[in-house]
Design a protein around this ligand. Structure first.
Ligand code: CP
Length: 307
């Protein structure tokens, strides 16, 4: 059974196919409006979410399907001690596909190993967030028109930012990219990502604490929130949370065709004044998330023989 747990579960060709379908959905939404008629998506969210859960739900409704699920662990039987494996077996009786977010790294993988329907990782702890990566890839595809020869700056919490880990993995499969890692020492990219992806694949990368220094180089600036919920120490969070705040003045030396991305939610790291800059594409990015999730649901249900 094909699931999506890690972005590398999909080949570059499969991702290209998803992008083609997502772009076709944007152009011809009516063509897709009944493709999942009578099918059910279960959204199992053991952690808070606005964009991921609701864009999955909107995606399934726009495909003509239905949605069931829960948005907090406390309202499911996990609060009584039910395991992820048993939950996945149960939901396989009630739905055709699962989207799961969980605070424990690897929980969606356990679900996929026990479910008899496709499972989509909608974010597991500080580990991976592959559907955000698909969203980011559709954004880059539509806004930049290529995945090669880009200078991409990741700024903020590169330690706990699971969207950063997944997108670095995805972009490492394309030629000629340079990755700029902009963070305080305490929030540096984990060694396992640096060693296993950047060094192993011989990807050019630069580590710096200064956003100003690299801003003129960048084609893409990917801002991130400092992930309060993953800190053990509140004082440390308070010390680091406002280290990078993007304000219009900081963009004075940036390229005219820079795109500013952010998986959202933002807290304080991008001033609302930046929203007026046409290089800010984080709200369009969130919209693209719905279309790529529609394409993903179609792909997995087709491969499962459900539609
Ligand atoms: N980008 C993202 O995962 O947002 P949510 O936490 O609101 O789903």
């Amino acid at each position: 059974m094909k699931s999506l747990i890690d972005i590398l579960d999909f080949t570059v060709e499969e991702i290209d196919e998803l992008l083609v379908v997502a772009n076709d959905i944007i152009a011809n939404p009516k063509k897709y409006s009944e493709m999942c008629h009578g099918k059910k998506l279960a959204t199992l969210f053991f952690e808070p979410s606005t964009r991921t859960r609701l864009s999955f739900e909107a995606a399934m409704y726009e495909l003509g399907g239905n949605v069931l699920g829960f948005s907090e662990a406390g309202s499911s039987s996990s609060a009584k001690g039910e395991s992820v494996a048993d939950t996945a077996k149960m939901i396989s009786c009630y739905a055709d596909i699962i989207a799961m977010r969980h605070p424990k790294e690897g929980a969606p993988l356990v679900a996929a190993q026990n479910a008899s329907i496709p499972v989509i990782n909608a974010g597991d702890g500080g580990h991976n967030h592959p559907t955000q990566t698909l969203t980011d890839l559709l954004t880059i595809n539509r806004e930049k028109g290529r995945f090669e020869n880009l200078k991409i700056g990741f700024c903020g919490d590169l330690k706990f930012g699971r969207t950063v880990h997944s997108l670095i993995n995805a972009m490492s499969r394309y030629e000629g990219n340079t990755i700029y890692l902009i963070s305080p020492t305490e929030l540096k990219l984990p060694d396992y990502v640096k060693n296993d992806v950047l060094i192993k694949k011989n990807i050019k990368y630069v580590e710096t604490q200064s956003l100003d220094e690299v801003m003129p180089e960048l084609d893409i600036l990917y801002m991130t929130r400092v992930q309060r919920e993953r800190f053990f120490n509140e004082e440390e969070y308070l010390r680091l949370k406002d280290r990078y705040i993007l304000v219009p003045e900081k963009l004075e030396n940036a390229k005219e065709d820079l795109i500013i991305m952010h998986p959202l939610p933002r807290v304080n790291e991008i001033s609302v004044k930046v929203d007026e800059d046409n290089r800010a594409c984080y709200f369009r990015q969130a919209l693209y998330g719905k279309y790529i999730r529609m394409a993903l649901i179609l792909k997995l249900l087709k491969e499962a023989g459900t539609i």
